[in-house]
Ligand binder design. Structure first.
Ligand SMILES: [Zn+2]
Length: 368
């Protein structure tokens, strides 16, 4: 049985994204409602974990907030201080469509710290693997600005701080959030020590990034791998992308640790994405990454929560991942699974295979 870590903090839910409709802030033309990135998806994920009995069988990892110097491993001091100033006052926007309230700076430091602490324990061999259910998310944040509901790059900051502490050579990130992991890509653009892989719906968000041609630069050339998939892709396309691109890339790179920026907005229930995944897809992708991690890096696998906007469905995708990571099957079955699994088009389609084949050609440039 695996020793699996679990990070959560109540304050993650207190990060306030304000009144909005989907992702547009309330105004004279947008009636105030709930922001898509609100606490509910995360709260219900945490709650289902409790009800399933799984939480108590995992090792709880305490969040220790990162500080300004830690954030500055990735972010500019100007940006960090601007967020802090606004957060101390009444909140604001981290650049565009990234609203936050009073105290969100401290909460974001806690989220990056939760990801750091979990990764630290996996690297120290206290844990085999684990999941940090953090908020706000991080994979869109760039060095000098927040983007797409993300204030600070939780995964980049955690990797850079842990690299200082543990001195490992190679980390691979596999971002299965439905949106492009532009922030993680930018953080390690010229760094061959981090292979950044992102599977995402083609040109969803950001609209102008995530193409296969973005491969890194300088010493990092070849160590950024984008796998944009057509809208409507389902279980078959993602499993094929893993088998034909992600796993061969990991085997070529031989990382010391695998990190997953984990969003569940690729599900068939998500209001922001147009993919069709279900809990069995996330379970199977987790199984494949665990197998790769066992072969390549002593099983070391860390996940940090990103997007996922269906309050009803995110919890079942999350539970499937945690069941797989821990090797513990709970009594909870995903009630939606028979519905989503039977959507037409779940099998791999020719135009999806074309996109996967094109991405697979990029693997040849990756070396350990
Ligand atoms: Zn997303």
């Amino acid at each position: 049985m695996m020793k699996t870590g679990w990070n959560f903090h109540e304050l993650y839910l207190w990060h306030d994204t304000g009144a909005a409709a989907q992702f547009f802030p309330a105004s004279l033309t947008v009636e105030p409602g709930e922001h898509a990135e609100n606490a509910e998806t995360k709260r219900r994920f945490r709650n289902l974990m409790e009800v399933s009995g799984l939480t108590e069988q995992l090792t709880s990892v305490k969040s220790v907030p990162v500080d300004e110097d830690d954030l500055a491993l990735f972010h500019t001091r100007d940006y960090i201080r601007r967020v802090k100033r606004l957060s101390d006052d009444r909140g604001g926007d981290a650049s565009y469509l990234t609203p936050f309230g009073r105290g969100s700076y401290e909460i974001a430091c806690l989220a990056a710290g939760g990801t750091f602490a979990l990764m630290d324990k996996v690297l120290s061999r206290e844990l085999d693997n684990g999941y940090a259910l953090v908020r706000p998310p991080g994979h869109h944040a760039e060095s000098d600005k927040g983007m797409g509901f993300c204030l600070f790059g939780n995964v980049p900051v955690a990797i850079l701080k842990n690299r200082k502490k543990h001195g490992f050579e190679r980390v691979a990130t596999v971002d299965w959030d439905v949106h492009h992991g532009n922030g993680t890509q930018a953080a390690f653009w010229t760094d061959p020590g981090v292979l950044t892989i992102s599977l995402h719906q083609e040109r969803l968000y950001p609209h102008d990034s995530g193409d296969r041609e973005e491969r890194g630069a300088g010493a990092g050339l070849g160590y950024n791998l984008n796998i944009p998939l057509p809208a409507g892709s389902g279980h078959g396309a993602y499993i094929a992308a893993f088998e034909q691109v992600v796993l061969p890339a990991l085997r070529a790179y031989k990382p010391d640790l695998i990190v997953v920026p984990s969003g569940f907005d690729g599900s068939g229930a998500d209001p922001l994405g147009r993919m069709m995944l279900h809990s069995d897809t996330y379970r199977e992708m987790t199984r494949m990454l665990m197998e790769a991690a066992t072969d390549l890096c002593g099983g070391r696998l860390v996940m940090s929560h990103e997007g996922g906007y269906s309050a009803a469905y995110v919890p079942y995708c999350g539970l499937a991942v945690l069941e797989q990571l821990s090797g513990i099957k709970t009594h909870i079955d995903d009630p939606f699974l028979p519905v989503f699994r039977n959507y037409a088009g779940q099998d791999l389609r020719p135009w999806q295979q074309d996109a996967i084949s094109a991405a697979a050609e990029l693997v040849a440039g990756i070396r350990a």
